[in-house]
Design a protein around this ligand. Sequence first.
Ligand code: CP
Ligand code: NVA
Length: 301
Amino acid sequence: MTNQHFLTLKSLSTEQLNQLLQRGIELKAMQKAGEIYEPLKNQTLAMIFEKASTRTRISFEVGMTQLGGHALFLSPRDTQLGRGEPIEDSARVISSMVDGIMVRTFEHSIVETMAEFSSVPVINALTDDFHPCQLLADMQTYYEHRGSIQGKTVVWIGDGNNMCQSYINAAQLYDFKLRVACPKGFEPRADLVEMAKDRVEIIRDPMQAADKADLIVTDVWASMGQEDEQRLRKQALSHYRVSQPLMEQANPDALFMHCLPAHRGEEVTAEVIDGSQSVVWDEAENRLHAQKALLEFLMKR
Ligand code: CP
Ligand code: NVA
């Protein structure tokens, strides 16, 4: 049997994603009840981080501990990955000793190559193009607060980045409508929008996009790797801030999400992110529970 990887949400079916969502909720309840559950005893997850992280590192590392296994933090600074050892060779060698590999990197093709040459499951923990693990947490968070997201209207405000592109995949798999409000030049990849065109619409005016929305989501204007463009992006995206008047355009029970880290006063005002419609802390905590469901699904023997 070939290895099951998790490179984008599309690595799994809608049925599998819904099962993971329910399992994330169950594992969360078990953890809160103090139940010990260690299906991954003696298993190791290698975590390769070529970009910074707080939530992803902690949630995978703690998740592996709680499931009875171990996580190994590998940074390019102190492995041969940073000295140019080919991805193919690294994937073969690392996978010969561990039971799963998690990768946070730049080009999406790096995780694809890892997966091709790895003998164990590979998990995408963020690339320049996608951040599917965050979507598992976001979908669990929406479900816990409002029930099924099927048929709802989700609005993305700002840069058409890796998170936005994972929301496009999510719109297809979880069956919701997605409006992307972004300025010209900051659109998500055209091929992704085209493939999802029955569910995804690009709208220039953020107020118009937010009309009767059920969920408003945003992210930083400059992602990791775009630090040099910070000033230019700040100018170009200045009208794409989630503010209270924008939240008021949405349905009264609309939720606000942000994968974090956030820049208050840039993509979101403090009033919104620290306000009553914001579920960002649950969203961050759910990284742990949702990914434990993923690790169990991919690695349990
Ligand atoms: N949301 C998220 O992935 O956060 P980190 O960059 O802190 O891992
Ligand atoms: N779009 C952001 C997400 C961080 C979790 C980035 O890639 O930096």
